[in-house]
Design a protein around this ligand. Structure first.
Ligand SMILES: Nc1nc2c(ncn2[C@@H]2O[C@H](COP(=O)(O)OP(=O)(O)OP(=O)(O)O)[C@@H](O)[C@H]2O)c(=O)[nH]1
Ligand SMILES: [Mg+2]
Length: 408
């Protein structure tokens, strides 16, 4: 139960109103979480519940509002449901009586987004709907015939869904960059932005991965870095620093010690480092009056010297000398009017899944909007990106290519 949401596969229950989504969601979990009634439109907002799904591991189930909702409120609910879709690792498409255009549209959307799905033909206790079963079979969809009253059918549904969720490769944060016995210095500032009594996710993960690799993580604040290095008898394999502190620490790092930032590690682990570097091309093309979106996946308290609202706009404006308009969007949902932006600057995405981050990047690519993340951008604006990319030679080569092209 301690697995963070960002590491859970998301399984979304979709279907028309009254199809039996909430009933299946409850049966799947084995508890009454979502409200069930014979009134169409019972579920209004998505309902989230985490559970363990063997053999996948920790998952997040999401019950949604019926997609065929009518009227203004209905459209609102349906749009909420749609925006939940981008989180999906798999979908359970619930149908009870007939297959209609709604199901066709959903399937088209799922195929476009490459989301695996299982059709659950439900309410089987009321009599099997052979025509519907034959139709779904003829389409070649993976399906289950279920009833909320039949535990065995729910067990089969669980196994079937688990079998369609792909085990995807996730690049590690740092584990593959260090070997057993290596000393890795992690620079962790304890400033206003640090959560009370804790460290942030990428820092904790980096410590854990170093330990898994049998390396030796040494953790220090930026002010003590110099001291730390002077006291080490061996040269560290790598120094990883918080990207906002990078300017304060870079002078203390010997030239022959590779360094990078947590955000750059995060860009590869959670996103697509190459695509985020390509986004830098847009910076020199920014013009006065352009709109720039700053996207944050979490909704943390705004700080006086907030990274999204104050620091990044200030650094970028200083760098380009252009008077651009910054818009901040925070939250797990995808911002709606992305088309109007000339550049998206995204956070590292530590609170969302890799899939969600990749979809955000993919959507930006489809719309032709360059996207960078905080870490890549901050190192770039401070002129140390080539150094921070040292652990990733291919990414560094791509960056140098972009830089050279711009010089020409
Ligand atoms: N007999 C039988 N009735 C079911 C089954 N599943 C759901 N129902 C009934 O169908 C009705 C709708 O069920 P819900 O689970 O609320 O359906 P929903 O898809 O969540 O509906 P909305 O939230 O309104 O979109 C309720 O009266 C349920 O009791 C089932 O397996 N068998
Ligand atoms: Mg419901």
């Amino acid at each position: 139960m301690k697995t963070p949401e960002s590491y859970r596969k998301h399984l979304i229950f979709l279907g028309r109103r009254n199809a039996g989504k909430s009933s299946l969601f409850n049966a799947f979990i084995g508890a009454r979480i979502a409200i069930v009634s014979d009134q169409p439109g019972t579920t209004t907002d998505p309902v989230y519940k985490s559970m363990e799904l063997a053999p996948i591991g920790p998952v997040m189930l999401v019950d949604t509002a019926g997609l065929d909702d009518e009227g203004y409120l209905g459209a609102l609910r349906a749009s909420k449901t749609n925006s939940v879709l981008y989180k999906a690792d798999a979908v359970c498409l619930v149908v009870d009586s007939e297959w209609t255009n709604f199901e066709d549209d959903i399937v088209k959307e799922l195929k476009d987004k490459e989301i695996p799905f299982v059709v659950a033909i439900t309410k089987a206790d009321l009599g099997k709907n052979q025509e519907l079963i034959d139709f779904v079979k003829s389409k070649g969809f993976t399906y289950c015939v279920v009833s909320k009253y039949d535990k065995e059918s729910i067990d089969t549904l669980r196994l079937t869904i688990a079998s369609v969720i792909k085990a995807e490769y996730e690049p590690p944060l740092i584990e593959d960059l260090v070997d057993g016995g290596d000393i890795v210095v992690l620079v962790v500032p304890i400033d206003l932005g640090a959560p009370k009594g804790r460290l942030i996710v990428p820092q904790v993960e980096a410590i854990r991965e170093c330990l898994d690799a049998e390396a030796i993580p040494v953790i220090t604040k930026e002010r003590e870095l110099r001291w730390t290095l002077e006291n080490l008898r061996r040269k560290p394999k790598m120094i990883v620093t918080d990207s906002q502190a990078v300017m304060r620490v870079v002078a203390d790092i010997p030239k022959d010690v590779p360094m990078t930032t947590f955000s750059i590690l995060e860009a590869r682990h959670k996103g697509d480092l190459f695509e985020l570097i390509k986004g830098l091309k847009a910076i020199m093309d920014l013009k006065d009056g352009d709109d720039v979106l700053i996207g944050e996946a979490c909704t943390h308290r705004t700080l006086a010297d907030d990274i999204a609202r104050v620091k990044i706009p200030r650094w970028l404006t200083n760098f380009t000398g252009k008077d651009v308009n910054f818009f901040v969007h925070s939250g797990r949902e995808y911002p709606e009017d992305v088309e109007k932006y000339k550049l998206i600057i995204h956070c590292g995405g530590c609170v969302i899944t890799r899939k969600m981050m990749l979809r955000r990047i993919e959507k930006a690519r489809e719309l032709g909007i360059p996207i960078v993340n905080y870490g890549v951008l901050i190192s770039y604006l401070h002129g140390i990106l080539d150094r921070a990319l040292e652990p990733f030679p291919e990414a560094k080569a791509l960056y140098e290519e972009i830089e050279n092209a711009q010089r020409v």
